[in-house]
Design a protein around this ligand. Structure first.
Ligand code: SAM
Length: 283
């Protein structure tokens, strides 16, 4: 493979297991003119392991604006550059957004070199519904703000995914229990791809007890995933109101079919209700 000049490559790096740096990522990192990295000392160890000698430049949340201008000038001059973060996919709770946006504003090509990402790795092994999900990033660090934020997510029906720091894991699990209920199914995915990897699927209370009982589980990097809230079915009262409204305009069969599609209530139940309404109120 040979890289293209003037392209910004966004390269995913391992979460822990160095075997996860793809051959394409290795070739890209070896061939670009410069690699922008969150922590150059940390990334130098990764590059050294693979015998890659490309120079590194720091790009982190405190210098991203000025650094981006410099890097965009290099891209426009024809250099190929790579962006990496300490672990996983850049921009996913990591720096890079300002640079990628600036590259698009200049109509420069941005090319992803996909690979590890903690939220996707955790979801793929979680056993929770993976067809629709919401990534919430890190929860607020302060307890009141955390609980207030969680309350806004209480009725979210998609699988919820949070990144969490190990020293806040127990407090966050307790707050999840308090807001979502102790019986909601959840998963703790810890130290993914590393020696002490854990993927534990349990109730929220079960996870609280599990972490509390084992100090090992209170360390390392972790992702918390929570089953979405049950999809609300229309109440009997709601479906009756809906059916009444439809029956004023439509024949019984059509009204029932529409009401069932909208409310999720069984057609037979609605049919009986429709007949009752029809005879009782002459609808
Ligand atoms: N960009 C990264 C990605 O693609 O996943 C995420 C960076 S974010 C600053 C770091 C957070 O990702 C950690 O606090 C943890 O929640 C999660 N994380 C990173 N590595 C992990 C691992 N090996 N196992 C579990 N979670 C991990």
């Amino acid at each position: 493979m040979s890289i293209e000049q003037g392209v910004l490559y966004v390269v995913a790096t391992p979460l822990g297991n160095l075997g996860d740096l793809s051959p394409r990522a290795q070739e890209t990192l070896a061939q670009v003119a410069l690699i922008a990295a969150e922590d150059t000392r940390h990334s130098a160890r990764l590059l050294h392991h693979f015998g890659i000698k490309t120079p590194l430049i720091a790009l982190h949340e405190h210098n991203e604006r000025e650094r981006s201008a410099e890097l965009i000038a290099r891209l426009k001059a024809g250099d190929a550059l790579a962006l990496i973060s300490d672990a996983g996919t850049p921009l996913i709770s990591d720096p890079g957004y300002t640079l990628v946006r600036a590259a698009h504003a200049e109509r420069l090509r941005v090319c992803p070199i996909p690979g590890p990402c903690a939220l996707i790795a955790a979801l793929s092994a979680s056993g929770l519904p993976s067809d629709r999900f919401v990534f919430e990033g890190f929860l607020p660090a302060r307890a009141t703000a955390r609980r207030t934020h969680l309350a806004t997510l209480q009725h979210e029906t998609r699988t919820l995914i949070f990144y969490e720091a190990p020293h806040r894991l127990q407090d966050s699990l307790s707050d999840l229990c308090a807001v979502f209920g102790t019986e909601r199914q959840a998963v703790l995915a810890r130290e993914l791809t590393k020696i002490f990897e854990t993927v534990r699927n349990d109730s929220l209370q079960g996870l609280c007890d599990f972490v509390h009982a084992d100090p090992q589980q209170q360390k390392g990097e972790c992702v918390i995933l929570v089953h979405g809230a049950p999809v609300p079915l229309a109440s009997e009262h709601d479906s009756e109101t809906l059916l009444r409204a439809l029956l004023t305009e439509l024949p019984v069969k059509q009204a029932v079919r529409l009401a069932a599609a909208i409310s999720g209530v069984k057609k037979n139940d609605l049919y009986e209700l429709a007949l009752r309404l029809h005879t009782r109120h002459n609808l």
